[in-house]
Design a protein around this ligand. Structure first.
Ligand code: PLP
Length: 355
């Protein structure tokens, strides 16, 4: 049925409307099932995964598979690459960069990192590598620079070069960006973030439009075993039920805060892609950024993102963060609180920064 995303988020993956059926799929804690049916063993399937996968799949316009974490999903995907090139966004999630470096170090693939906000340069690179590239790995908006990639142009160039396109849709969510509809082959999610949305679950997912690729990845998941627990999947689905409301409020708050931050004299630059709940504020120095992240009472200095509560982080505190990220960049994950309270908390710290 052709329902809108808000309706899908609320209604997909539920038991049939029949007397005595629960409205929600119950948590089934089972490592094994009586033989002779389709389920057999707890590593192959779980009712909560299936309900979660049906809901996320319909939101993304494809078929989903749940994984133990975003990185487990990414590892399972990269495990399909043998002896070829992966072209990836330079400012990708650090764990993605870490996996690419690890696989490259073991001779499994060659990673080429590129600035995906420069479409012409990426297209030229793909033309040069025609026939050698297995995957083009796009993160947009980038993490943490908040730059955008031109997905249709990059997807076209990647397909011309014989590559499959993976989009990490964690920041945008399927409500604000639907890569499969734009022609991408694979979407991955850290469901830990906006999808689950309450900073209490680690989980991941892959979504594809091709049934054969789904079967291949399902077989890899069966074999490699990177599965979520039933309770995690249940919580992630519970979070997904309100994704549209949370994303709407986060995005409205983020847009408002982006304007107010840009007008504050302590802030050198604000990067907000114009949608979603993530933004970055650049302060002139690391010390000033640290002062901000230590000087608030609502905003929590913490890594990760996409929860109902506002969190922020000076990204270069991580030694492995890309040198293209300014020292004083504070990545902000805007929650669903009252925007004036969020601003007052930021402003009292910004006002006290020595300039
Ligand atoms: C967090 C994150 C990941 C990794 O997901 P985990 O659930 O932490 O394993 C991948 N990509 C992006 C964009 C992320 O923010």
């Amino acid at each position: 049925m052709d329902h809108k995303p808000a309706t899908i988020a609320v209604h997909a993956g539920r038991p049939a409307h029949e007397p005595d059926q629960p409205l929600n799929v119950p948590i089934t804690m089972a490592s094994t099932y009586v033989a002779g049916g389709d389920k057999e063993y707890g590593r192959y399937t779980n009712d909560a995964w299936v309900a979660f996968e049906e809901t996320l799949g319909r939101l993304e316009g494809g078929r989903a598979l749940s994984f133990a974490s975003g990185l487990a999903a990414i590892a399972t995907l990269l495990d399909l690459v043998n002896d070829s090139v992966v072209v990836a966004t330079e400012q990708s999630y650090l764990g993605t960069i870490g996996q690419l470096a690890d696989l490259e170090g073991r001779g499994r693939l060659t990673a080429r990192l590129a600035d995906f906000s420069d479409t012409a340069a990426v297209v030229r690179l793909l033309e040069k590598l025609d026939g050698e590239v297995a995957l083009v790995w796009v993160e947009t908006p980038t993490n943490p620079g908040m730059q955008l990639a031109d997905l249709p142009a990059i997807i076209a160039a990647a397909h011309k070069a014989g590559a499959r396109v993976v989009v990490d849709n964690t920041f945008a969510t399927p409500l604000l960006q639907q890569p499969l509809a734009l022609g991408a082959d694979i979407v991955i999610h850290s469901a830990t973030k906006f999808i689950a949305g309450h900073s209490d679950v680690v989980m991941g997912a892959v979504v594809v439009s091709d049934d054969t690729l789904w079967e291949v990845l399902k077989a890899r998941r069966d074999l490699l075993g990177a599965i979520p627990g039933p309770f995690e999947a249940w919580l992630a689905l519970r979070g997904l039920r309100t994704l549209h409301l949370r994303v709407e409020r986060s995005a409205a708050n983020a847009a408002e805060l982006a304007e107010r931050l840009a007008a504050h004299p302590a802030v050198a630059e604000v990067r907000y892609p114009g949608f979603g709940g993530m933004l970055a504020a650049v302060l002139p120095t690391a010390e000033q950024a640290d002062f901000l992240t230590q000087g608030t009472s609502l905003w929590v200095h913490a890594t990760s993102l996409g929860g109902v509560e506002s969190t922020f982080e000076r990204r270069r505190r991580w030694k492995t963060e890309s040198a293209s990220v300014p020292d004083g960049l504070v990545r902000m994950s805007v929650g669903i609180e009252d925007v004036d309270d969020l601003w007052d908390d930021l402003a009292q710290a910004l006002d006290r920064i020595e300039r």
